[in-house]
Design a protein around this ligand. Structure first.
Ligand SMILES: [Zn+2]
Length: 394
């Protein structure tokens, strides 16, 4: 992923931008759903929904090895959906948000069923089996082909502010329907990233994402910590040796319950913060730094491990729990008893933290406008990691 000349111009973007109101936004989304029908089954083994959406097979995989497709980007060419909001421009780079042309979920008319449904309905505060309603959005950090690990603090802060603005549009339409957010990101082919153009995805829906349901059910059954004290328990279980670095009220930690090497969690040390919308502008700037450095650490350390730079990210924001961000790098497949049993993580959290700190110290002055790692720095990093942290980087 490099900053090429290929980009969505402001002029093209403005043509796609529509000031949205309740009437036209819901019409726009209804039309997309008609074009991409889907249905779901509830998996009785695990109680999780499986969505069947054949339309998604036709997505443009410009991150694939098909070089003919790599030459063009539908987003940059403006062949995409209505732009709902956009942010300030810095060095000709601006964030924007639009609708996903291939909505993964939120088929109309699904209802909750199965053994967990009564608990979930109680949580939702309703006694009827509500249909799922909501929207599937794309948030682009930049109109250029760059991603957050290559960006500057104010650029990523702009992107976070734009996400909040977009969330506000839907909250203002109907706070009950647009209550829960599933905000995720993947970067790199092996993490499932299908587009070269960096992006986040967000589903805003009347149904909570799985982790919120898990927290609630766990809470009811008394088998997990209530989400309200998750931050405290995370702090308690992560000794200072697991802290990679701090940015204002945020800490990047190598979590005690990591399932993969170099896994990271960004936690907020200030109580009472549930969602991005709860943060002031200065805090969003600190969070931007945490996002840049957690992903930049992976960008430097993963190739040294012989791994492609690739990760999945989950931004946990819900009315019920504390704000946090999980970053799962593609450093190993889930392992343990033929991938079906308990997890086996191939690096201790303490060593992961040390490697990430080392990446920070070696590369802190790395000029990211060059978008490449110098061979000298790369070999210096491997040498130090092998010598000081008992690593086996080749
Ligand atoms: Zn593009």
């Amino acid at each position: 992923m490099t900053r090429t000349n290929q980009h969505l111009t402001r002029e093209k973007m403005m043509k796609l931008h529509k000031r949205v109101n309740l009437r036209n936004i819901l019409d726009v989304f209804e039309e997309t759903r008609k074009n991409a029908p889907s249905h779901f089954s509830l998996d009785s083994r695990y109680g999780e929904p499986i969505v069947f959406s054949e339309k998604r097979m036709g997505r443009p995989y410009d991150n694939s090895n098909n070089s003919a497709k790599n030459d063009s980007c539908a987003i940059c060419e403006g062949k995409t959906t209505t732009v709902l909001s956009y942010g300030k421009s810095i060095n000709d780079s601006f964030p924007f948000s639009n609708e996903n042309m291939f909505p993964a979920i939120i088929p109309n008319g699904i209802s909750l069923a199965g053994p967990l449904s009564e608990l979930v309905l109680k949580m939702l505060g309703t006694d009827s089996h509500d249909s799922a309603k909501g929207v599937h959005l794309l948030h682009w950090p930049s109109n250029y082909h760059i991603d957050i690990h290559q960006m500057k603090r104010d650029e990523v802060k702009n992107m976070l502010m734009n996400i909040v603005e977009c969330e506000n549009i839907f909250e203002n339409i109907d706070p009950t329907t647009y209550k829960y957010s599933t905000l995720i990101k993947n970067t790199g082919k092996v993490a499932g990233g299908s587009l070269e153009h960096g992006h986040f995805q967000e589903v805003i829906s009347n149904l909570p994402p799985g982790y919120v349901i898990d927290d609630y059910i766990g809470n009811c059954l008394g088998i997990k910590n209530p989400p309200q004290i998750m931050r405290e328990s995370m702090k308690g279980k992560n000794p200072s040796t697991h802290v990679v670095e701090r940015h204002g009220n945020f800490s990047i930690v190598s979590p005690y319950n990591a399932q993969k090497p170099l896994e990271q969690r960004i936690i907020c040390n200030e109580p009472g913060r549930n969602r991005l919308a709860d943060f002031e502008e200065g805090e969003l700037g600190d969070l931007a730094c945490a996002l840049i450095w957690s992903t930049r650490g992976l960008y430097h350390a993963m190739p040294a491990m012989g791994k492609e730079f690739a990760y999945n990210m989950e931004i946990n924001q819900s009315p019920l729990g504390e704000f946090s961000i999980d970053i799962f790098p593609a450093t190993q497949t889930r392992a343990g008893l033929e991938m079906l049993g308990y997890n086996i993580c191939q690096m201790t959290p303490k060593k992961s933290a040390n490697i990430l700190k080392l990446a920070r110290s070696v590369y802190s002055s790395h000029p990211f406008d060059k978008y490449e790692i110098s061979p000298e720095k790369s070999s210096g990093f491997k040498e130090k990691a092998n010598r000081d942290h008992d690593m086996f980087f080749g």
